[in-house]
Design a protein around this ligand. Structure first.
Ligand SMILES: NC(=O)c1ccc[n+]([C@@H]2O[C@H](COP(=O)([O-])OP(=O)(O)OC[C@H]3O[C@@H](n4cnc5c(N)ncnc54)[C@H](O)[C@@H]3O)[C@@H](O)[C@H]2O)c1
Length: 337
């Protein structure tokens, strides 16, 4: 059965991959983002920035894919999302738009208020008022804060955020629970764990490390490279979201779920595998652990398995190989003639 699905944050890494995946399954995809076709957003107005170039490329792919209808507006502008939703009338809303990034939130916490808090409130309210059957939204492993024990279980405490970004995601979960308690809105917060792969975010470690290594630049690893991260390949993430949005997913009310594989690797091992795929010898400098970084992320998979059963589990080497071949093609690093 095909349905109508609204996706916010469609120019983003996860949103664009999800839109393509769902459209290829034959669903009607109503995709929105505040990024223009040039990839520029009100926070990033240089069309030649890596972020803008990537968003523009992702939007260009979506624009030529049958079944995807693209719109452009700021979710945090009063009435914008509600008007769009009323026009589109989707069965399901998958809300991925946000200002993302722990490090960015250290430097500019106020950039996160409008998209992550005000925008989220508008999404919730419009979904409730227009009787959307279910809302799925992006949360983050960062809600678990600083801890040494693993795996992270959904019922563990999440009231000690290490960054303002994490605080906005934790707030989103509380806001969604309140809309369920008050109005019965069905919602699922998906706590993603370091998603990587082709067309990935240029502010995240896989992209930054790969580009630095390709240029023979020194990469800085914090905490001796011993931080552990549960990396999740983009195709696995997208398959899990699609299954969670589908009619067979077993969840109800307002709840949250980890979308991660319970397979953390150290940043040292990650860099070693990435360097092997790139065929380079990394130049590494070590630095002390940074404020707002957490030592470990490790998802308990139990709840997700209970909701959707088995889901794809791409091995790290395979995922990195796909990422590297995309990156080498996307940015050949040609020297000027
Ligand atoms: N990628 C990860 O590893 C990861 C991990 C945990 C959580 N998440 C969350 O998953 C979601 C998607 O992440 P991503 O990696 O694709 O991020 P992304 O930055 O690539 O995509 C987010 C998109 O939201 C759009 N957006 C931001 N503010 C907007 C606004 N006011 N109006 C309309 N659009 C707006 C941006 O233009 C961007 O295209 C985010 O909510 C993020 O916080 C991602």
């Amino acid at each position: 059965m095909t349905i109508q699905i609204a996706i916010t944050g469609a120019a983003g890494f996860i949103g664009s991959s999800l839109a393509l995946f769902l459209a290829r399954l034959g669903h009607g995809v109503h995709a929105c983002d505040w990024a223009e076709r040039s990839g520029c957003t009100p926070l990033d107005t240089a069309p030649d920035s890596t972020q803008a170039r990537l968003r523009a490329d992702r939007l260009a792919i979506l624009a030529k894919t049958p079944g995807i209808h693209l719109s452009h507006f700021d979710l945090a502008a009063s009435g914008a999302f509600a008007a769009w939703l009323a026009q589109r009338q989707p069965d399901v809303v998958i809300h991925l738009a946000a200002q993302a990034g722990v490090r960015h939130s250290m430097q500019s916490p106020l950039d996160f208020v409008a998209p992550n808090l005000i925008g989220f409130a508008y999404v919730l309210d419009a979904c409730h008022r227009q009787g959307v059957r279910q809302l799925l939204y992006a949360s983050s492993s960062s809600v678990y804060g600083m801890r040494d024990s693993a795996p992270f279980m959904e019922e563990d405490r999440t009231d000690r955020p290490e960054s303002f970004y994490a605080a906005t995601k934790q707030a989103n979960e509380a806001m969604a629970m309140a809309y369920h308690a008050q109005y019965g809105l069905r919602s699922l917060g998906m706590r993603f764990f370091t998603v990587y792969g082709p067309r990935g975010r240029p502010d995240m470690a896989p992209f930054l490390f790969a580009q630095a290594m390709r240029r023979q630049e020194t990469i800085t690893l914090f905490a001796k490279g011993e931080l552990l991260r549960d990396f999740t390949y983009i195709d696995d993430t997208v398959a899990a979201i699609a299954a969670l949005a589908g009619p067979d997913a077993l969840w109800e009310g307002a709840t949250v779920v980890n979308v991660g594989h319970h397979r953390p690797v150290s940043v040292n091992s990650f860099v070693k595998s990435l360097a092997q795929q790139l065929g380079v010898e990394p130049v590494i400098a070590y630095a002390a652990m940074q404020k707002a970084d957490v030592k470990l992320t490790c998802a308990s998979e139990t709840r997700l398995l209970g909701m959707i059963g088995q889901w794809p589990d791409t091995p790290l080497e395979e995922g990195l190989s796909q990422f590297v071949s995309w990156l080498q093609d996307w940015d050949p690093l040609l020297k000027p003639a």
